[in-house]
Design a protein around this ligand. Structure first.
Ligand SMILES: Nc1ncnc2c1ncn2[C@@H]1O[C@H](COP(=O)(O)OP(=O)(O)OP(=O)(O)O)[C@@H](O)[C@H]1O
Ligand code: SF4
Ligand SMILES: [Mg+2]
Length: 383
């Protein structure tokens, strides 16, 4: 099992709707008043292979600034890949333009974090919903449109009277329901939900997540759910990908990721999540990450996590970037992939943890204003 080739490890069985291969999205950093010079790049997404089966929910989790939203946007063709391909339903969407792109877009929609800023406050709910349908020529028959609007509202649990109201007249949870209805209005196959509940009160979060699940069952939707909160992705996902500095470092069935986290970064994330049982809380593994998240404009060489990894081994970790591969660890199933050279030895206990020298963590610094608030914050990973 340990010697599978990379092409074998990348192929997912089943009906694949979204197929991302070798995706890179680099943003140029420009400087200069007179001449717009490119002085570097932000390596927001830097080599991602990802496949999503039709009808499944893929959860993408990781620290702020690791590239989750950029990856989601690239899948919807809202960012142009620097390298690599994104195929949707078997077709490479990067090459699509004009009418062909517009028609493809009908099949993929986005639900945003903050419904208030994604819904025009001057438009009534009816106008917001019709707008999306009109863009795809779906509002030709007046009676049919009206029936469709009522059906959409009912599907997200809102009364028909909501059509005449404006976004500010609703609570946060209701506004997110409107955002979901708007995404559904064109009959998509894929919904990319970027932090769909993080702006909502905890009590409302579960209701919105349940709604997304019900709609998935009813309509056969495929979801990519982006979240920094492990509890949100655990609740809703079939599979989960953990992102670190532009790459996926671990991917597995949702339950297995929580029961058997293997990548040192995933183990650190999991260890920051409080456990309600006090005995378990005292005895379980605690991994405190040293050092800030390096800047995506100067990612560390080799394994991107080597500056903070308590299992880092000399030279190979610093020099060679590990591939996301199927691992030979007892209990790990075939769909469990990890980007770490030493994962087998770490799992068996052969390779043990050590202190991470702070000066090592600081070597890969480079501060940009964007990343100053992106340091590891365990409170962001509450269950
Ligand atoms: N249009 C852009 N131009 C330049 N840099 C960008 C652009 N969009 C994103 N970035 C940078 O790319 C990196 C990844 O950003 P992204 O928004 O994808 O992260 P994220 O994981 O979604 O973070 P968060 O959890 O805070 O939403 C960040 O350093 C960000 O500042
Ligand atoms: S490859 Fe090395 S630095 Fe990277 S996670 Fe594995 S042990 Fe840590
Ligand atoms: Mg984001």
């Amino acid at each position: 099992m340990a010697d599978r080739t990379s092409s074998e490890t990348r192929t997912l069985s089943g009906d694949v709707l979204v197929d991302v291969r070798g995706l890179k999205v680099h943003f140029p950093i420009k400087r200069g008043v007179i001449f717009d010079r490119t002085v570097g790049h932000v390596y927001a997404v830097d080599g991602v292979d990802l496949q999503i089966r039709r009808g499944e929910t893929y959860g993408l989790v990781g620290e702020s600034g690791c590239g989750k939203s950029t990856l989601g946007r690239a899948i919807l063709n809202l960012e142009t890949p620097t390298e690599g391909t994104v195929s949707f339903d078997g077709e490479d969407i990067a090459g699509l333009t004009g009418e062909t792109l517009r028609r493809k877009r009908q099949h993929m929609q986005m639900v945003f974090q903050d419904p208030m800023s994604s819904l025009d406050p001057r438009q009534s709910v009816e106008s917001l919903l019709v707008e999306g349908m009109r863009a795809h020529g779906l509002d030709t028959d007046k009676a049919g449109t009206h029936a469709r609007l009522r059906e959409l509202l009912a599907s997200v649990g809102l009364p028909p009277a909501a059509l005449r109201k404006y976004p500010h007249e609703f609570s946060g949870g209701q506004r997110q329901r409107i955002g979901i209805a708007r995404a559904l209005s064109v009959g998509p196959d894929l919904i990319v939900a970027d932090e769909p509940v993080s702006a909502l009160d905890v009590s409302v979060q579960a209701q919105v997540l349940n709604l997304l699940e019900e709609l998935q069952d009813e309509l056969g939707l495929t979801y990519l759910v982006v979240a920094h909160d492990l509890a949100v992705v655990r609740h809703i996902s079939d599979r989960i990908g953990v992102m670190y500095l532009g790459g996926i470092v671990e991917e597995s069935e949702a339950g297995e990721l929580y029961d058997l986290p293997l990548h040192p970064y995933t183990r650190a994330l999991m260890s920051a999540v409080p456990v309600p049982d006090p005995v378990l809380e005292d005895t379980r593994e605690q991994i405190l990450l040293t050092g800030d998240l390096p800047s995506p404009s100067r990612p560390p060489s080799g394994c991107r996590f080597h500056t903070r990894c308590p299992w880092r081994q000399p030279t190979r970790c610093d020099e060679e970037r590990p591939e996301l591969r199927v691992v030979d660890v007892p209990g790990a199933t075939e769909g469990h992939r990890v980007a770490c050279h030493w994962v087998e030895g770490i799992a068996s206990g052969e390779i043990t943890r050590h202190e991470v020298a702070p000066e090592l963590a600081e070597q890969s610094e480079v501060s940009t204003p964007a990343e100053d608030d992106s340091a590891f914050d365990p409170s962001m990973y509450q269950m």
